[in-house]
Design a protein around this ligand. Structure first.
Ligand code: SAM
Length: 226
């Protein structure tokens, strides 16, 4: 199944909003750290419902916000959630970003980067479109150290790249992007039942669930274009 087929289906069944709710637990903390200044141009790579760009407009007065997604239904849904003329959703692929060199101040991506067919090339594309000093905030829940995420690949037909923390840093540098920071943003909101509820349908032990959400949360790698 292609990205388009898979995620068009997700959008049609309302999973775009479901993802938004879950990802917001950690995304909001990472978004708050972005050094977006009033008027800055921001791109959300793999925007899904498009919530991140709208939040940056509301909280930091980003000037123009683009959400790019490979699934037309995702982009259509995202556009239907706002009438802000400064926010635009475009259909495109991580392989070939439809933006000019040095034209974007900040790039954000949540739970999407690892779907890139060629993640090294996607990083080169990000480096190309970022203006000097621009940032890339790359947030993922699927990564090597998060052992609880490994099984996700079995549930989806698109090949996912599972890098570890160091591989993210190395790949950023190989693409010419400095690594300014990397850390885990804990999810403190997903409700974790008390011991007596385990095993649950999804979790063998409470310890595993605590590790997944409170410890691993979201891996955030922050890059800066030279
Ligand atoms: C798991 S969703 C995350 C959506 C949103 N960022 C969020 O936090 O809820 C991943 C999104 O990335 C998009 N995507 C995946 N691979 C892509 C690619 N190669 N090019 C463009 N979009 C892609 C999918 O269509 C999907 O909407």
């Amino acid at each position: 199944m292609s990205v388009r087929e898979e995620f068009d289906e997700w959008a049609a069944s309302g999973r775009d909003r479901g993802m938004e709710q879950r990802h917001w637990h950690t995304a909001k903390h990472a978004l708050a750290r972005m050094p977006v200044e009033p008027g800055d141009v921001v791109l959300d790579l793999g925007c899904g419902s498009g919530y991140a760009g709208r939040a940056l407009r509301d909280t930091k007065e980003a000037g123009r916000v683009y959400g790019l997604d490979g699934a037309p239904e995702m982009a259509r849904n995202a556009a239907s959630y706002t009438d802000d003329p400064k926010v635009a959703y475009v259909v495109g692929d991580f392989d070939d970003l439809p933006f000019a060199d040095d034209s974007i101040d900040h790039v954000w991506s949540m739970e999407a980067f690892y779907y890139a067919a060629d993640p090294h090339h996607t990083l080169e594309e990000v480096a190309r479109i970022l203006r000097p000093g621009g940032t890339f905030y790359c947030a993922v829940n699927y990564y090597e150290e998060n052992v609880h995420s490994h099984e996700w690949q079995e549930r989806i037909s698109i090949e996912m790249t599972r890098w570890d923390r160091e591989q993210y840093r190395t790949a950023f540098r190989d693409a010419g992007i400095h690594v300014a920071a990397q850390d885990n943003v804990p999810d403190r909101e997903t409700e974790i039942p008390d011991e007596s509820a385990f095993p649950t349908e999804d979790w063998e032990t409470r310890e595993d669930m605590v590790e997944r959400y409170r410890e691993y949360g979201t891996l955030l790698t922050v890059g800066v274009a030279p």
